[in-house]
Design a protein around this ligand. Structure first.
Ligand SMILES: [Zn+2]
Length: 112
């Protein structure tokens, strides 16, 4: 697992003691501008083979559309991701729309 934390000055709605994930609240996670800046719902939550977390909108995997944020901030934006705290390494949770059920599967990096 990479040790990658970000220096976040934001107040988070969740206390460290209630934090469900096994990495620090200020761990850097990859997400997209759609989610953080345009309020798109989260469609994919990935925990890669190294234990890094990705919180994606399902619309883009372009590097230019990605951003690194504090996990706590990503959580505050979409607390729905908290239910996937025990996702296994190399697995992802996806949904087709924000009203669909989540489906957990092994990560396949080539689908789009
Ligand atoms: Zn934060």
């Amino acid at each position: 697992m990479s040790d990658r934390t970000v220096d976040c000055q934001q107040q988070h709605s969740i206390d460290e003691s209630d934090w469900p994930f096994n990495v620090p609240l200020n761990t850097g996670v990859v997400t997209t501008k759609n989610i953080m800046e345009r309020n798109y719902p989260v469609m994919e939550v990935l925990r890669d083979e190294e234990g890094d977390w990705l919180v994606l909108c399902g619309k883009t995997r372009e590097t230019s559309e990605g951003m690194l944020v504090c996990f706590g901030c990503a959580y505050d934006k979409n607390p729905v991701i908290g239910q996937f705290a025990d996702l296994d390494l190399g697995y992802e949770a996806c949904r087709k729309s924000d009203e669909s059920d989540w489906v957990i599967s092994k990560i396949t990096w080539d689908h789009d």
